[in-house]
Design a protein around this ligand. Sequence first.
Ligand SMILES: *Cc1c(COP(=O)(O)O)cnc(C)c1O
Length: 418
Amino acid sequence: MTRFNTQLVHGLPVNDNNTGAVNPPIYNSSTYAYESVDKMPRWDYARSGNPTRDFLERQIAQLEHGTRGFAFASGLAAIHAVLSIFKPGDRIVVGKNIYGGTYSLFNEYFAERGIAFEPVDTADYDALDAAIAGRSRTSIDGEPLGATTPAKAVYFEVLTNPLLQVNNVNRIAAVAHRHGAIAIVDNTFVTPYLQRPLDLGADVVIHSATKYLAGHSEVTAGLVVVLDDEIGRKIYFAQNRFGGVLAPAECNDVRRGIQTLALRMDRQQANAQAIAEYLLVHPLIKTVNYPGVAGDRNRILAENGLKGFGGVLSFEVVPGIDPGIVLDNLKIFRLAVSLGAVESLAELPCRMTHFELPKEERLKVGITDELIRLAVGIEDAADLIEDLGQALDTAYEAYLQDHAGADVFGQLSAGLFA
Ligand SMILES: *Cc1c(COP(=O)(O)O)cnc(C)c1O
């Protein structure tokens, strides 16, 4: 059995490559000929399966320590397929602070089709236990509801977006299993390089492979990995019948991205750590959200079975500083949503990634109007830090101009210590 980095590069052959080509072939074929009418070929029609997709699906299953993988046209197509295994009347407990598109898919689509979603603070294990057991339910608006049957699943993200809170897969999965529920983990922000949720008790792992796995902002893709045959059979049904499959050329883009995952992630994390440390002592920064600077780094890693915290962080500027001016003046960071690619991106969650969240809900979970999210790439950390520095300087100058003659230091430091 080879080790992780070797697996990233080589994957698992599907025994179709007889030419010696070092890369698996991209099959541009929607259909595959039968040898005879009573001899069904291994692959017959590309939606149902094809060797290029099979390579990627086996590769991600191997990396996540699952039994079966599935490739979809996007992360949300993957999440749609996973949620389709549930039936009207089923209840799913959902971690607070999930990806905006997922939140919308759950509450604006699946909820209307009879699946009940209940938000819970996944760091509060008593609340989680009660929610999964069905003892103390609240509606999406926080209204108390009566007791009910146990939930069928708990759904959460390992590192929450954009506040980077760490969810403990091991403990959450244990609570779910106590009540016969399965644990579904969106591992997009973490990747199998930093943690393998299935090893920690999760039942289903989902990726937006658009992010770190593909890693170059070139392709949208989703992946699912499972352990259990029956769950796998249902997800395969959804993949083949909804048909939201990843095309062969794009399966190859993701495969190629995965080859350099560990190298990219090492640099992204080192850069994110350096930037977080820089922001932490910057006078115009109120808070920094990155577990790498949130107290005892090694303890947080060990407790959660993580090898690192990834390349995403967020921070709040002090009151008076306009986060829009900071963002509009960045020169290396591009102003864009998404994350996990080689180039650094910056964005304003309240206006960009999280605008779907009702404002009250958004503020309740801590996504303020001053919060900026960075998705750090593989550039030189010194250039990224200089870029942030000059953009913050520009925002400070704008503040001074707006407050000419006022007690600037007093006002800003009041904000700083508010
Ligand atoms: C981007 C993202 C998704 C959705 O994936 P798409 O590829 O954009 O469909 C789901 N979950 C998380 C955590 C994401 O960051």
